[in-house]
Write a protein that binds this ligand. Sequence first.
Ligand SMILES: CC(C)(COP(=O)(O)OP(=O)(O)OC[C@H]1O[C@@H](n2cnc3c(N)ncnc32)[C@H](O)[C@@H]1OP(=O)(O)O)[C@@H](O)C(=O)NCCC(=O)NCCS
Length: 158
Amino acid sequence: MSEQAFRKTKGEYIIDTDPALIDRELVHRYLSNESYWAKGVPFEIVSKSIDHSLCFGLYHGSRQIGFARMVTDRATFTYLADVFILEEERGKGLSKWMMQEIDTHPDLQGLRRWMLGTRDAHVLYEQFGWTVITEEQRPRFMQRHFPEVYRSEKAQMP
Ligand SMILES: CC(C)(COP(=O)(O)OP(=O)(O)OC[C@H]1O[C@@H](n2cnc3c(N)ncnc32)[C@H](O)[C@@H]1OP(=O)(O)O)[C@@H](O)C(=O)NCCC(=O)NCCS
């Protein structure tokens, strides 16, 4: 897949989609130990997911401090996953800046549907046009969900 350069700066902060810049150990450490959605995820799975997604790294100088991953065909659909800002950098508007810049990425224009799952950050996403799926819309959507997939061998997908 041809990767176009995408880099935005705000003072000392940088958003870049270059997969070579991503600190995969840091992303894995956060997702595996701290996140509420991917606890225990193996390094190899995180690394493979980065290889096959459009990833937005957020950096303070050369140090990575945040991340967001778009699982997308770059034509019709995208799923936003693995959004985080390291604790010491939260509350500075950085995730809002990241959402704002993600919206401008050339490969995410004109898509028919964007989706995400969140436990408690609805208010963040609502500021960028996301809406909760309503009761009337709900029957149109289905999922296969394996929340225990990283917890035991038995829970692996068949
Ligand atoms: C959620 C998270 C990415 C927000 O990052 P941040 O840079 O601290 O957020 P910002 O400073 O850009 O502001 C976030 C905005 O969303 C709002 N918000 C809504 N839900 C929130 C939540 N669960 N956590 C933080 N902010 C939330 C804030 O009030 C703020 O809005 P405001 O400025 O209008 O008051 C960060 O708290 C984080 O990494 N949390 C742990 C991982 C996580 O929950 N990721 C999201 C998974 S869907």
